[in-house]
Design a protein around this ligand. Structure first.
Ligand SMILES: Nc1nc2c(ncn2[C@@H]2O[C@H](COP(=O)(O)OP(=O)(O)O)[C@@H](O)[C@H]2O)c(=O)[nH]1
Ligand SMILES: [Mg+2]
Ligand SMILES: [Zn+2]
Length: 379
């Protein structure tokens, strides 16, 4: 299955793949195997999966176990992201080749109007984690759904703190919106969306999520701090204390978490899959996600197809299917607003990127922006 089992650094010595490193369980599949050239196979190149990326230093998992790679040069490929598969040249480990990704969760790099940052690569399932309290925000979930749709990653909505949902602070017992309220709200996002409403601290309630994390599966958890991502991850990995993820306190007044985990990381699961923690997402500006947004708002995309004019602005044009659906109460005005907002942001991004590309010639990401990206990855 592997190109070769020779140990990097010593191509003549066969090495035992450590008990911990089973590439198939870690997500290796024919999609990656097929990318290995005959020369690489003959040269003893070895696959490695990135479990943590900090600028040019990244932690990887390979037949040598877990180790750090100082990457010298990454050419036009950009730096590897958590979840990437690399091929390590036994003679020049510093110059790995990054294999093509089957999916990438990307956002606009914070502080930049045009650079893209890969949050995680090769993710099968995205857990969109939010809590049954004032953190719950339907518009933000739609944004996350568009991110998943763009990456063609299956989204699952995880509503934590179901145990606290009723009563909510300020409400008399029994009068707050119970967990059902949040599930009903979330259901308006899609008939087929998988929704799990749980107490993340209770391992038994994690069973439906555990099912998604079988051998070879890569599952990422995304959500604001304080919603229970680390709790969820510890429940799934079975680790706690020093070995597990640090679980944070939550401020009493607004239920917001203080940032505890801050770097993206990949964790193996006892059953075989891997989990990616995507902490500290304060800002999620989508990049090149017009298709993902269209998929997320499929009912709107279908209506737009019915507008009389292909360039309909959906304001006062005759034969506008959007205006008609709004007037007839057949289109949720909040969804329409959010669709317009997200597509509007895309236009601003596309314009900024086009302007920058024009100024920089062929380069779409300037050196300065890349340095800023590297720096932000060190946090
Ligand atoms: N009652 C309750 N508390 C939870 C739940 N999930 C997380 N917490 C608590 O919320 C706080 C923040 O959790 P943490 O996992 O650090 O959130 P993260 O910032 O998203 O990683 C901790 O005190 C957890 O014990 C839940 O489902 N129910
Ligand atoms: Mg955390
Ligand atoms: Zn229209």
């Amino acid at each position: 299955m592997l190109a070769s089992q020779a140990e990097p650094g010593n191509p003549n010595r066969k090495c035992q793949i450590t008990a911990n490193f089973d590439p198939d369980k870690l997500g290796w599949r024919s999609f990656f195997q097929d990318q290995i050239t005959p020369e690489e196979a003959a040269g003893g190149w070895q696959p490695a999966r990135v479990c943590q990326g900090k600028a040019r230093r990244c932690r990887v998992w390979s037949a040598r176990g877990r180790h750090t790679l100082e990457i010298n040069l990454f050419g036009d490929q950009g730096l590897p992201a958590v979840g990437d598969w690399l091929l390590l040249d036994p003679k020049r480990a510093q110059r790995p080749r990054r294999l093509e990704r089957f999916s990438a969760l990307t956002r606009q790099a914070p502080g930049s109007r045009f650079a893209t940052q890969v949050l995680a690569a090769n993710v099968d399932t995205l857990l969109i984690v939010t809590a049954c309290n004032q953190e719950f925000n339907i518009g933000r979930i739609e944004r996350y759904l568009a991110l998943a749709a763009e990456a063609q990653t299956r989204p699952v909505l995880v509503l934590t703190k179901a145990d606290l949902a009723d009563p909510t602070p300020g409400n008399a017992p029994g009068q707050g919106p119970g967990p059902r309220y949040f599930v009903e709200q979330a259901r308006t996002l899609g008939e087929h969306l998988q929704i799990e409403c749980i107490d993340a601290r209770d391992a038994d309630q994690l069973e439906p999520i555990r099912k998604l994390c079988g051998p070879g599966q890569t599952v990422a958890a995304l959500g604001s701090s304080g919603v229970g991502k680390s709790t969820l991850i510890n429940g799934l990995t079975g680790l706690s204390g020093e070995a597990g993820q640090q679980v944070g306190e939550v401020r009493g007044d607004d239920n917001k978490g203080k940032h505890t985990t801050s770097s993206r990381s990949l964790h193996p699961l006892p059953a075989g899959g891997v989990l990616v923690d995507l902490p500290g997402i304060r800002e999620l500006q989508l990049t090149e996600a017009a298709d993902g947004i269209d998929d997320t708002f499929a009912e709107i995309t279908a209506l737009i197809d019915d507008c009389r004019f292909t360039n309909c602005g959906h304001t006062n044009e005759p034969g506008c299917a959007i205006a008609a659906a709004l007037a007839a109460g057949k289109l949720n005005p909040r969804r329409w607003e959010n669709y317009r907002k997200l597509q509007g942001e895309q236009k601003v991004y596309d314009q900024a990127k086009a302007d920058r590309t024009k100024r920089d010639g062929q380069r779409s990401t300037s050196k300065k922006a890349q340095r800023r990206l590297d720096k932000e990855d060190q946090h």
